[in-house]
Design a protein around this ligand. Structure first.
Ligand SMILES: Cc1ncc(COP(=O)(O)O)c(C=O)c1O
Ligand SMILES: [Zn+2]
Length: 439
């Protein structure tokens, strides 16, 4: 039975935790409101839970919690995601605790790429600048706080690679144990990163979806009793970290929303939370209300959400991934149906590009803007290029495209054509011989 959004279903966990402004967990399907706890599914309808705040439950807000006063408080905060602590499920003193303090990455004005694509205004939100070189540091930072609050001694996850590195690094800094799970056969750099922090890294024979199922089993076993799986039993908190991308984009544009955002989709969590972040900014009077379009980007070798979008379906049929964009290789995306809703509601779309187009786009971004993206960034830039070419992105609109990870993690994708222009002896004569017209 669905409950009114201000009624609360009491769960077995205590309500005395300090989660800052968060007031509970609400079901995305039926709206039932629960106490804050390490829970992720509604006991009424099995819908996914997400963090609820006074502004989402229609409660009164004080004058210093909205508009100019809130903006001033944010602007005087640290240069990390913690400047947005008043909008996140974390205690007010979160920045004083040992963590990797991710976020506040560059919003690069990409005039060269814009010119090449025929766009008037384009920015790249470059999350390769995070501590472990992907956007996953944002989500892990919030999940880590929740893990500490609930008294978990081990941080864990199912991962397509980037999350594994972010979790093991965050656990190292916080002094927690970690045990992370990846599908065997990931990129070498991601395996090195996840293991260098001295934590347990377990490769599972199977796809990401097999890994995720295994982690759900572990939670139900005594082995996993005190484990915080950042994207399973801590998923509602973890997911909130992606809102900080929406906040930063708006603040870095001068407290404005862009017209279009192009976002990579694996589980779809990041895309849904960027939309939630934009909605909150409007509700809290931090930006002016305006229409914006959200576009999801997938690799053709793992494009279940794009396929559903194109077919006009509301359900997402799982696929078996086969793409070089391994970080996006989730064949059964938990948030797929919500991605479809958001793309349709905002007038956006979900599109996909082939592996060849991904590699081309990695080169294009590097050549035009000096940004070396991992394959996931190739997916977003490739999809952007396709959307502009098809006339689905207005060339006069203001667009932001996300690069969520660092190209050094997926070197194999571009290493085939990488070699020195020439190899010469250290002498001027040798240089002149190799480049006779010095060009
Ligand atoms: C680099 C990168 N970008 C984007 C994503 C997509 O995230 P989500 O699962 O929230 O859709 C991932 C997921 O692993 C990733 O590693
Ligand atoms: Zn429900």
């Amino acid at each position: 039975m669905a409950l009114a959004s201000t009624e609360s279903v009491s769960t077995s966990t205590s309500t005395s935790y300090d989660f800052g402004p968060a007031v509970g967990l609400s079901c995305r399907e039926c709206g039932a409101l629960y106490d804050l706890g390490p829970n992720f599914a509604c006991i009424e309808c099995f819908g996914p839970l997400e963090v609820a705040y006074p502004w989402s439950t229609g409660r009164e807000l004080a004058a210093d919690q909205v508009g100019e006063a809130l903006r001033a408080r944010i602007e005087s905060g640290p240069g990390s995601i913690w400047r947005y602590a008043p909008l996140l499920p974390v205690p007010a003193d979160v920045a004083t605790k040992p963590n990797l303090a991710p976020g506040w990455t560059k919003l690069v004005k990409a005039d060269n790429l814009a010119k090449e694509l025929g766009l008037r205004s384009l920015h790249v939100k470059d999350d390769s600048g995070n501590p472990t070189h992907s956007f996953k540091d944002r989500v892990v930072a919030i999940a880590l706080e929740a893990a500490r609050t609930f008294g978990f001694h081990t941080l864990s996850c199912s991962s397509t690679g980037n999350l594994a590195g972010a979790v093991t690094a965050a656990a190292a800094r916080a002094g927690l144990d970690a045990c992370v799970f990846i599908p065997a056969g990931l990129e070498e750099a991601k395996i090195v990163m996840a293991s260098v922090y001295g934590k347990r890294l377990v490769a599972i024979e199977g796809t990401y979806d097999d890994v995720n199922r295994f982690c759900s089993e572990l939670i139900g076993d005594p082995i996993g009793e005190k484990w915080g799986f950042v994207n399973v039993n801590l998923r509602p908190y973890y997911a909130e970290g992606s809102k900080t991308l929406a906040y930063e984009i708006a603040e870095q544009l001068g407290w404005r929303l862009p017209d279009n955002v192009v976002i990579p989709v694996a589980s779809g969590s990041q895309l849904t939370k960027i939309d939630k972040g934009f909605q909150e900014l409007i509700k809290l009077g931090l930006v002016e209300e305006k229409p914006y379009r959200i576009f999801g980007a997938q690799a053709a070798g793992c494009a279940p959400v794009s396929a559903a979008f194109k077919a006009g379906h509301d359900v997402v049929r799982p696929v078996r991934p086969d793409t070089i964009a391994k970080s996006l290789a989730i064949g059964n995306p938990a948030d797929g149906p919500y991605v479809l809703d958001i793309a349709r509601r905002t007038g956006g779309a979900v599109e996909d590009v082939t592996d060849e187009e991904i590699v081309d786009a990695v080169h294009l971004l590097a050549r035009t803007e000096g940004i070396f993206a991992e394959t996931a960034g190739g997916v977003t830039v490739g999809v952007l290029r396709k959307l502009v070419a098809d006339g689905r992105i207005d060339p006069d609109a203001e667009t932001v495209v996300l690069n969520t990870g660092d190209g050094l993690k997926t070197l194999d994708a571009v290493s085939a054509g990488a070699r020195p222009t020439a190899t010469i002896r250290p002498s001027l004569d040798a240089y002149r011989a190799a480049f006779p017209d010095n060009s």
